[in-house]
Design a protein around this ligand. Structure first.
Ligand code: SAM
Length: 208
């Protein structure tokens, strides 16, 4: 997976590649899908959600520009796989999942692999996690109709927000860097097209 899908497609961050070599992706999917866990595609998890394609996990992780000393926020814990990769790359990870059953399972998966630098909470991640802000980087793993302003406000200056933004069928994967105290002062880079499940919440899509 790492050579054929990640290095071959331009992922260069050594720490990201090492993390993706280390974290056993098959433990984050149902047993019947374990054989497909290292294929180049997303897979279903419970509640009509998905575990993202390995290349997208690596691309988003690389865009976070982590050195190991950071406090980061993830919106959309899902299976906990991306959370585990972040736990390898940052000092502390805060992750929010709106579906309680997924959060419970993600917690179990992470505990079984001894990722104790992760806090998970159930709720609407479009509000962020203000008490723990500012974050060096924030990753949103669900597609948003807009750039949630509250998340930009919870970034430190120089912090990165990696987020898919677009309509419900396709999005542009964006990396936004906060340049100053002014939350509108952003550097925006496009990382390519993608298709994520909906970010559902007050500052995302309606659940209807
Ligand atoms: N990164 C996950 C993994 O490695 O398994 C996959 C995440 S899945 C593509 C998107 C997740 O975002 C789903 O679990 C979904 O329930 C969650 N989600 C959607 N809207 C949310 C919100 N407002 N707050 C928190 N989680 C949300």
């Amino acid at each position: 997976m790492v050579d054929a899908q990640l290095r071959a497609r331009g992922i260069e961050d050594r720490r990201v590649l090492t993390a993706m070599e280390k974290v056993p992706r098959h433990l984050f999917v149902d047993e019947v899908l374990a054989e497909q866990a290292y294929n180049d595609n997303p897979l279903p998890i419970d509640r009509q959600q998905t575990i993202s394609q390995p290349y997208i996990v690596a691309l988003m992780s690389e865009a976070m520009e982590l050195t190991g000393k950071e406090k980061v926020l993830e919106i959309g814990s899902g299976s906990g796989y991306q959370t585990a990769i972040l736990a390898e790359l940052a000092e502390r990870v805060f992750s929010i999942e709106r579906i309680a059953a997924l959060a419970t399972r993600a917690r179990k998966n992470l505990d079984s692999l001894c990722y104790y630098n992760v806090a998970i909470r159930v709720g609407d991640g479009t509000y962020g996690w203000r008490e723990e802000s500012p974050f060096a980087a924030i990753m949103v793993t669900a597609g948003s109709p807009q750039i949630p302003k509250l998340l930009i406000e919870q970034l430190e200056i120089g912090g990165r927000l990696v987020i898919p933004v677009g309509d419900r069928s396709s999005q542009a994967l964006l990396k936004l860097t906060r340049l100053s105290e002014n939350p509108n002062d952003l550097k925006q880079e496009g990382l390519g097209g993608c298709r994520f499940v909906d970010l559902i919440g007050e500052h995302g899509w309606d659940n209807s």
